[in-house]
Design a protein around this ligand. Structure first.
Ligand SMILES: NC(=O)c1ccc[n+]([C@@H]2O[C@H](COP(=O)([O-])OP(=O)(O)OC[C@H]3O[C@@H](n4cnc5c(N)ncnc54)[C@H](OP(=O)(O)O)[C@@H]3O)[C@@H](O)[C@H]2O)c1
Length: 334
């Protein structure tokens, strides 16, 4: 009989995450109860924020724990359904985790409309695309002609932030971790400038890339990049605090940068954190606008595909070291 292959959290990382913090297991395929569906995962996303969950710094994720399937958003096919509104054979986005089969409550899934590419629900039409959309437009509130800076700019959230800013006629400056990624942001995604945060001359390069200062900084990283951005922010600037990926892969996160609150006061900067879930009621409208941009070609979705469940732990370790370009997706259907 077919079984359910899973990747479990075997131990919690002290210091950097390693593949050995995970183990593979097989379990029986679960049975859906009343109001539930059985989903066969076709692909899932590996996202930086789940490292914060393992660290215990993401309060919404609860306390980190071992012996459970690694969490993650996936897409898959409905194999069996006890929900009238969801038919067998349809495709859904769901909190599948890193496993082949999962039972889901109807309220936990998003049915993917026919004709939509399910993989887009792990990227631009999924959690990360919505994060980029609401964080930039609602928190950052960019105006045409302003300069928008984004960190982890070649990552899943970041590459969408930069493109939305470009669509809104802003000057876009990306910060990322390699010269190749910088070149790609400018040649393929229309960024005006890109700066490598691993270069010794990063602060000077950022200054040169932002001659008119920065009006909106979309912060995916915290750390030194946030510290540098603070000095480039214009009076009345906005910082959308999205994530702190520079401080996730450690058990000794550094304190916040210098200049807070002094620079915030003197430059009247609005620094605001947000969670994408804050905008749940507006997801449908945002997806409509994002879909329109995808169809018109104004928004490109970069995915970085890996094949097979057993490759997921290594792919996560590599993502935290900057190995991904766009949304890292593990495919189970190839
Ligand atoms: N607020 C919310 O609701 C919400 C929702 C989803 C995601 N997020 C946040 O969004 C951020 C991006 O997530 P993602 O899934 O799109 O990941 P991602 O950007 O695709 O991947 C993580 C990237 O972080 C960069 N990075 C790693 N270590 C770094 C360091 N020490 N300094 C600077 N950059 C570093 C690497 O790129 P480089 O090569 O550029 O260094 C890496 O590719 C995360 O902070 C996540 O927590 C927030």
């Amino acid at each position: 009989m077919e079984e359910n292959q899973q990747v479990l959290i075997d131990s919690l990382p002290q210091g950097k995450l390693e593949e050995s913090h995970y183990r593979m297991e097989t379990a029986p395929i679960p049975e859906p109860g009343d109001g539930e569906i059985l989903v066969r995962t076709t692909a899932f996303a590996i996202t930086a924020g789940t490292r914060a969950g393992l660290q215990g710094s993401a309060s919404y994720a609860g306390a980190p724990t071992t012996g459970i399937v690694m969490n993650g958003t996936g897409v898959g096919e409905v194999i069996a359904s006890n929900v009238d509104a969801i038919s067998t054979g349809s495709h859904v986005m769901a909190p599948t985790g890193w496993q082949q089969y999962s039972v889901q409550e109807a309220k936990a899934v998003t049915v993917i409309p026919e004709g939509h590419n399910p993989i887009h629900y792990l990227g631009p039409l999924g959690v990360n695309g919505l994060t980029a959309y609401f964080g930039l437009l609602r928190v950052g509130q960019p105006k045409a002609g302003e300069t928008v800076m984004v960190s982890a700019a070649a990552g899943s959230v970041g590459h969408i932030v930069g493109q939305i800013a470009r669509i809104r006629d802003c000057r876009v400056v990306g910060v990322t971790g390699s010269d190749a990624k910088c070149a790609l942001l400018m040649s393929d995604l229309g960024f005006d400038a890109a700066v490598n945060h691993r270069d010794d001359g990063f602060r000077q390069s950022l200054k040169e890339a932002t001659p008119d200062g920065v009006d909106v900084y979309f912060d995916n990283t915290g750390g030194d990049i946030l510290g540098s951005a603070l000095f480039r922010l214009n009076v009345g600037g906005r910082i959308a605090c999205c994530g702190v990926v520079s401080q996730y892969d450690t058990d000794r996160p550094e304190p916040g940068p210098k200049g807070i609150p002094g620079l915030l006061i003197n430059k009247r900067i609005n620094m605001r954190g947000f969670l994408v879930f804050d905008y749940l009621e507006d997801y449908a409208a945002a997806r409509e606008e994002l879909s329109g941009w995808l169809e018109s070609g104004e928004l490109k979705s970069l995915t970085d595909e890996i094949s097979g469940l057993e490759a997921a732990p290594g792919a996560f370790v590599d993502l935290l070291a900057g190995g991904n370009v766009g949304t890292r997706v593990v495919r189970l259907d190839q």
